[in-house]
Every structure is written in C-alpha cells, then in structure tokens.
Design a protein around this ligand. Structure first.
Ligand code: ADP
Ligand code: ASP
Ligand code: MG
Length: 428
C-alpha cells in the first residue's frame, strides 16, 4: 500500500464529465489499497475569468482582495470532486487551504508555503477516506487568504506530499509527461522518461509552464518523488507496480547518471512573457547600471536579461528585459525617476520579443552548444537581440514572430526530434 498525492490541473477538471473521470481514476487507486490525497485546480478558464473581473475594477487590484476572490475557483472544484467520489460509494472529504492549515507568508498573489498541518488529512486517511485539498491557496499568520502564483496548485501538491512523506506526487495534466519542448509547438517533441531536478528547475524558470518552479524546488529540497502524467490515459489502472514506476509519464529524478546516454540538450524552453526596454544615449560612467536598475528593483519589478552596449563617444545604450505585465510600470519608473537624473536620450520598449532557451546538464561536458544554436538561428534568418548563458542553459531573445520557427529548427539541429514525427499527446 502506498500513500499517493495526485494533483489534477484545470483542463483535467474542466467539465463535469472530466471531474467524474478524475473520481473514477481516484477510485481505482483507492480500490487497489492505496491512500490517496487529491489536490485540484480551478476548472479551466475559471481563474482567468476571476482575474478579468478584478481587472475590470482596477488595473492593480488590491492584493488581499484579489487573493480572497481568485482562490474561490479551487473551492468549487474540491467540493464537486468530493461529491463525484461519494457518488461512487467511497468516503471523501474536501478541505480548503484554511481548513488544512496551509500556512504561507503574507506576500499576496505569490505567497510561499511555510508549513502544513497534516492532522486533518491523516485523520481522514486513517478513516479510509479520500482527501481532497484546494490547490493554489493558503492563509497567512493573520488568517488572510493568500495565493501561490499562477500554476500554484503544483506547489500545493508537492508541499502536501512532502508534509505527509508520500511515496509519490503525481501531477496529472493534459499531456502525458515532460517533453523535449512544448508539444503544442512541435509535433516532433519527444516525451522524456526522466529529467533531473536541476534541468526541470531550469526549464520551469525559463518559461515551461508544465510545472510551477516552486513545486520543483520543493520536491528537490524535500526529496519528493515527482511524476508528470496524463489524466486522459485510460490505461492507468491504479497499480503502483514496477511497470508503472518505470514506464508511466515522466519522473523528475536526482539521478544524473540515467541521462548520460541522452542528447547534450534535454529540452527547449521558451517564454512569451518578455518585454525589452532600451535606455538610449546614457553617459557611460560608473554607477549607471545601478542608477537605472535600483529604482526598478525598489518598485518590485524583476529584471531578467541585461546588456550594456559598447560606448561610442562616452555614450552607451542600456538594454534589459522584464515580464511583459511589468513593461508599463517599468517605463513609468524610468520616465519619472531615471531619465532626467542620468541624462538619457530616450527610453524605448518592445513587447514583441520572446526568450528561447536550451537546457541540459550535458552542456557541462560539451562545448559548442551556443555556437550551434547561433548558427542554426542565423541559417533561419532569425536575429538574436540578447544572449545569456549559465552552466546548463543558453538563452536568446528574439522577435516573437519567429518563436515557432526557432524552436522547431533548434529541436532538429540538436537531434531531439522523435523518429516517427508523430505527437502522442491527446488532442494535438
Ligand atoms: P494544468 O492545468 O494541468 O496545470 P498546464 O497548462 O499548467 O496544465 O501545463 C500543461 C501544459 O504545459 C501542456 O498542455 C503543454 O502545452 C505545456 N508545456 C510547456 N512546456 C512543456 C514541456 N516541455 N513538456 C510538456 N508540456 C509542456
Ligand atoms: N488555478 C490556478 C491558476 O490557474 C492555479 C493552478 O491552476 O495551478 O493559475
Ligand atoms: Mg499548471
């Protein structure tokens, strides 16, 4: 008998029929003698709908009230699933983040989980019930509702698995594992049997939305076995046997050795949420970078890539990227607090850019990844606007319209294409 935490995302909970299917799957695991805790997201589209309501009232909604409202989507899902499971004749009990006591810090809209009280969950499991917990939400010290950032139910799932010492945390979604790149961009994307935590962390931080980055951090830190798999695969009969453990979905592992025979690159990630800001005609002297970036930091805006051009006649251009949703706010800060202070000529912004990144631990032992990447992009007439590298990744900023072309050509150039060229993802 195993203790399994299963997380179902928005698409998997997207309609009453799908919720009934989730109930059937959970029942199969229960019937096989396993204890099951289920973490669910809001039904697909619901969180966006709620956010849109808030934005109709304010472009920057009050963070506490935003969390109070946006966390309601998950509350609907947990009760519907509990009802569906009970209809199948099994005991089930749903809990909100508050009822489990998922304690977070008070950073509304991007709160971090600090502790989980497993008492209620264990009591219900011991009574033979299935426990259903709302993803994405928690409470702060003062009892305010908090949310964990978009995609945060993944993190709830892993955190609960860590708190319970679960045998596995299974992230059920609309694809059957982690692929070499988003299978919606190329049908040649290949499913990975395994990927290391380190690579998965990079993929997530570079824009792959398959797992929220904090869920991977948590799993790595607490050694939670983490698997991504499909909620649409009917073959999954609820046996946690060796065949399942070896073959189903993608396992996120600490073992680098297993990946040795793989290509140098494990995957290609991309991020459409980028915007490029250029501060033109700045006098090139010490302190300029800090004069530009400090006010932006104070406004809580995260900066990603940075380039300072060579100076001519003592003047230079300073370029950096921010999240697209922060572009206007950044422009305001620069116009109001920086431009005249440093004597910059003009400030330009461009939100039609994307970042494409190659990720792989194999880069440590192989040179030439960056040069093959640049050559491939050049052959496809794709201009590189910015570059950044680290030990296991190379990222480039390019014009948005070339995203698909770049990902597909790099996928082929780095030998990642699946041999049969056919996607196995449901609905694609
Ligand atoms: P959920 O609602 O289940 O949380 P998400 O939409 O958050 O699902 O994540 C699943 C999606 O992630 C897939 O539909 C796929 O388009 C996307 N995705 C991005 N990169 C990858 C990748 N490398 N492998 C698989 N899926 C990916
Ligand atoms: N419902 C939340 C979102 O859409 C959390 C999640 O789905 O993981 O971001
Ligand atoms: Mg998600």
């Amino acid at each position: 008998m195993a203790l399994i935490v299963q997380k179902y995302g928005g698409t998997s909970m997207g309609s009453i029929d799908r919720i009934k299917n989730v109930a059937k799957r959970v029942k199969r695991w229960h019937d096989n003698g396993h204890q099951v805790v289920v973490v669910v997201s809001a039904m697909s589209g619901e969180t966006n709908r709620l956010i849109d309501l808030a934005r109709q009232i304010s472009s920057q909604p009050d963070p506490r009230e935003y969390d109070q409202m946006v966390s309601t989507g998950e509350q609907v899902s947990i009760s519907l699933l509990a009802m569906a499971i009970k209809e199948l004749g099994i005991g089930a009990r749903s809990f909100t983040g508050r009822q489990v006591a998922i304690k977070t810090d008070n950073a509304h809209n991007k709160a971090r989980i600090e502790s989980i009280d497993d008492k209620n969950i264990r009591q219900q499991l011991d009574a033979g019930n299935i426990v259903i917990v709302a993803g994405f939400q928690g409470i702060d010290e003062e009892g305010n509702a908090t949310t964990l950032g978009r995609g945060g139910s993944d993190t709830t799932g892993v955190a609960i698995a860590a708190a319970l010492g679960a045998d596995e945390c299974q992230i059920y979604t609309d694809v059957d594992g982690v692929y070499t790149t988003d299978p919606r961009v190329t049908s040649k994307a290949k499913k990975l049997e395994k990927i290391t935590f380190e690579e998965m962390l990079e993929m997530a931080s570079l824009g792959s939305k398959i797992l929220q980055i904090r869920s991977v951090e948590f799993a790595g830190k607490y050694g939670v076995p983490l698997r991504v798999l499909s909620s649409f695969d009917e073959n999954n009969d609820g046996s946690f046997d060796q065949d399942f453990q070896d073959n189903v979905g993608t396992l996120i592992t600490i073992d680098e050795g297993d990946n040795m025979e793989q290509a140098i690159i494990s995957g290609i990630a991309f991020n459409r949420d980028e915007a490029k800001i250029v501060v033109r005609g700045v006098p090139d002297h010490p302190g300029i970078a800090s004069a530009i970036l400090s006010p932006i930091g104070r406004a809580n805006i995260e900066i990603d890539m940075i380039v300072q051009n060579l100076s001519t006649n003592g003047m230079t251009d300073f370029t950096f990227t921010v999240n697209r949703t922060d572009m206007e706010k950044t422009m305001k800060v620069l116009e109001n607090e920086v431009k005249d202070e440093i004597g910059a000529k003009e400030i330009l912004a461009n939100d039609e850019v994307v970042k494409v990144s190659l990720v792989g631990v194999g880069m440590r032992s192989h040179a030439g990844v960056a040069s093959l990447m640049f050559q491939t992009l050049a052959e496809n007439n794709i201009n590189i606007q910015m570059i950044s590298t680290s030990e296991i990744k190379v990222s480039v900023l390019i014009q948005e319209q070339y995203l698909e072309k770049a990902v597909r050509s790099l996928h082929t150039a780095f030998g990642l294409d699946r041999e049969d060229g056919e996607s196995k993802v449901a609905g694609l």
